[in-house]
Design a protein around this ligand. Structure first.
Ligand code: ZN
Ligand code: ZN
Ligand code: FE
Length: 756
């Protein structure tokens, strides 16, 4: 041991402590240093590839206090997953010191997600006397980028995108001083030594953070659209209250109706735009600073057409705060910098090329982004907070612990793709990748897998890969081509159910698992999406009931046209009126789809609840093409919200089949009688919820299940979820950490591997 440890004191004890989790790059060692000093303890702390190692010695009472404070007062960005403490030999240290990191062949330390600017840095940012006044790359150990600047492990400046900016004397002093807030803050920088920002306009280039941000704020006030380089990629921004700017952004980005998120200056501005429950307000200030979906209070033309909710997020980077301080509109549309359905641009040249026809100017910082990370999305729902998209601030976090030997890679579903890597029993979920049928998103998928496996030095010949049962999924075909130890398949809806069980570490819990969603490949090759299972992660999930099958003309393509899906479901009803006439006014596509159903040409069998929702939406007036996934169902939910208490439509469960026919017959009859579409929509929601709880009740008796699991994209519907919660005879478990939509599928795939 070092020379500092010599000579023995009496009355002293010593302890060795190991801390694992997110404990590197979050100010943990200086925190330990200060804690040891406060308790008059001596010893040392260091980073090793598994986390942080501590040796402390001193009075027994002080050691106890130290250990207690270690977890109770840990830095805000730290996440302690394991803490082991045992008695140790006295090393007779005379002081407490921070020692050099230990390197080892294979890293297991977990990467910190990106963090929002902290209050201390924010105060300096707006203090004219501070040397970082107005400097948009200000950060410290409590805040700033992590995952998005990381080039490799261990997390150290030479392995970040800040490696090309040598520290000036003053930054170096802060970086080396254990008592300083910037001790080993890897991205530390100042206006003297660090990168800066510039505003690039067609005819001029404005250098310097102050002038560039000032002019950008002015342009935004005047209705311009700007590309702004952020933490995990480029955003496109404009004044959310300027209808002309929002319309221009939609047109240039080829984004028809999918809602835009809005960045606000402060919580009070958020409250002007949306109704924030205490839970939603807590989500808004979560360190991941997600886009929070909440009921809209105002209508911002073009921002979220036909949507009952608005997605708002708080300014999270110093640059955002500077923009608002310089007078940018206090509510900005802030949407990922891409054309519709492409991945977010994050490299400067690529962004300039792809966004040049969209943005009037570029507000660009020189610090490179190591990888793309979209904003996260969350909601404070009827069943509790739920993440709907995992991105910045969450990725690449540990979402579950699974008893799996060896590394596992689950490659997810093709829509809203994520991948999950399981290492040493810890499931790390990637950031949201996107829809893999678009080639750039597939490239991002390959990049993300390469990135995560390289970071943790996973050897491919040891890797077990799990893919969806669907042989035509892009991710499935990738898995089949990969040179790995083995490839296994998991059915889509079992994966949805398993994702909830994995999150809750409910490995042997016997449950009724219900997955309602749009599309997934079934055991029988049919298009599933209304499935009820009984079983557990350990024993597997047996399908015991499902929605009554219907024809689906045109297969998955029917998802884009509610009237096309309707043609299949309605073909089973007797005495169908002419739906091309009022009050239905179906377009001709419906007649063409009916012909497909009747001839059986290009027609598949489906149990998709998503398509049933489309059918009801079509009957109540949504007869056009949808422009984003789930649009018709969201429209229907919004419609139902406008109704008071109504009866539930008859939706019987007969021999394991949830029979939609009586409910659809009632929808048509009531519509012809002139009942309000809102009440009809509500009656349908109630009916499906009742059918679901009826099925739960009948399965409960013979299954011995202890809980009900609800997952799949349809359970993002808060009315349906609320109704089932209210009436379920068993406790209801839902997703919280990973999305109930296809973004959560990769975790469920990995979890089902524990069956062996
Ligand atoms: Zn800070
Ligand atoms: Zn400096
Ligand atoms: Fe799904």
């Amino acid at each position: 041991m070092a020379a500092e440890c010599s000579g023995i004191r009496t009355g002293a004890a010593a302890r060795d402590v190991r801390v694992a989790g997110v404990v590197q790059g979050v100010g943990f060692r200086p925190f330990v240093f200060r804690l040891a000093q406060a308790n008059r303890l001596t010893g040392w702390v260091l980073n090793d590839p598994d986390g942080v190692r501590i040796h402390v010695e001193g009075e027994a009472a002080a050691l106890d206090a130290f250990l207690h404070q270690l977890t109770a007062e840990a830095p805000p960005a730290a996440r302690i997953d394991r803490l082991e403490s045992r008695a140790a030999e006295l090393e007779a240290c005379r002081k407490f010191e921070i020692r050099e990191s230990e390197a080892r062949a294979v890293p297991t330390a977990r990467i910190s997600p990106d963090l929002p600017v902290c209050p201390a840095c924010l105060a300096e940012l707006s203090d004219p006397a501070d040397r970082r006044f107005g400097y948009a790359y200000i950060n410290c150990t409590d805040c700033g980028p992590r995952y998005s600047i990381l080039l490799g492990l261990p997390y150290d400046r030479p392995l970040t995108t800040m490696r090309d900016w040598p520290l000036c004397g003053e930054c170096e002093r802060e970086y080396r001083d254990p008592a300083d807030r910037r001790f080993h803050a890897e991205p530390v920088a100042c206006p003297l030594c660090g990168p800066g920002h510039a505003l690039l306009l067609p005819a001029e280039r404005i250098e310097g953070d102050g002038p560039a941000v000032g002019r950008a704020a002015e342009l935004l006030r005047q209705g311009s659209i700007l590309a702004i380089k952020g933490i995990g990629g480029y955003h496109l921004a404009c004044d959310a209250r300027c209808a002309a700017a929002v319309a221009a952004l939609r047109q240039r980005k080829y984004r028809k109706e999918k809602p835009f998120a809005v960045m606000v200056r402060s919580v009070p501005t958020a409250r002007e735009l949306v109704t924030l429950s205490p839970e939603a307000a807590a989500l808004l200030i979560d360190p991941s600073r997600p886009i929070v979906l909440a009921p809209a209070r105002v209508s911002l033309p073009g921002v979220a057409p036909d949507c009952p909710e608005l997605g708002v997020m708080l300014a999270y980077s110093p640059l955002h705060h500077l923009l608002f301080a310089h007078g940018a509109p206090d509510a900005l549309v802030l949407t990922s910098g891409n054309r519709s359905s492409e991945p977010i641009a994050y490299q400067d040249d690529d962004a300039r090329e792809r966004l040049s026809g969209i943005a009037d100017g570029f507000l660009v910082g020189a610090r490179p982004i190591a990888r793309r990370v979209d904003d996260s999305v969350a909601r404070a729902g009827v069943a509790g907070p739920v993440v709907l998209r995992r991105g910045r601030g969450l990725a690449p976090g540990i979402v579950a612990r699974l008893p799996l030997e060896g590394p596992v890679l689950a490659v997810g579903a093709d829509l809203k793709n994520t991948v999950t890597l399981v290492l040493d029993g810890e499931a790390l979920m990637s950031q949201h990748i996107g829809d893999l049928d678009h080639y750039p998103a597939f490239q991002a998928f390959e990049e993300t897998i390469r990135d995560l496996t390289a970071m943790y030095q996973v050897s491919w010949n040891e890797l077990a890969v799990v893919r969806d049962l669907h042989p035509e999924y892009v991710a499935s075909r990738w898995a089949e081509r990969a040179s790995v130890r083995r490839v296994t398949t998991v059915q889509h809806h079992r994966a949805h159910v398993a994702s909830v069980l994995a999150e809750r570490a409910a490995l042997d819990a016997r449950v009724i698992g219900i997955a309602y969603d749009g599309t997934g490949y079934g055991d029988d090759g049919a298009i599933w999406g209304g499935e009820l299972f009984v079983g557990s992660l350990e024993t597997g999930l047996e399908r015991v009931a499902h929605l009554r099958p219907a024809a689906l003309p045109g297969g998955d393509a029917a998802a884009r046209y509610p009237v096309q899906a309707a043609a299949g479901f309605l073909a089973q009803l007797a005495d169908l009126p002419d739906l091309t006439m009022p009050p239905f006014d179906f377009p001709r596509r419906y007649l063409w789809a009916r012909k497909l159903v009747e001839s059986g040409v290009r027609t598949f069998s489906t149990t998709s609840v998503g398509r049933l929702f489309d059918t009801v939406a079509a009957l109540l007036g949504y007869t056009r093409e949808i422009t984003f996934e789930g649009q018709a169902a969201i429209w229907l939910e919004h419609l139902a919200r406008g109704a008071g208490a109504v009866e539930s439509y008859s939706f019987p469960v007969v021999e394991g089949e949830l029979d939609f026919r009586p409910a659809l017959t009632t929808v048509i009859a009531h519509r012809r009688q002139g009942r309000s579409p809102a009440e009809i929509a509500r009656g349908f929601h109630h009916g499906l919820a009742r059918a679901t709880t009826d099925a739960i009740r009948s399965l409960h008796e013979r299954s011995g299940a202890e809980a009900v699991v609800l997952s799949g994209g349809v359970f993002q519907n808060e009315i349906l979820l609320g109704d089932v919660l209210a009436e379920s005879p068993l406790p209801v478990w839902t997703n919280s950490v990973v999305p109930p939509n296809d973004g959560g599928v990769s975790l469920g795939q990995a979890a089902l591997l524990i069956q062996g």
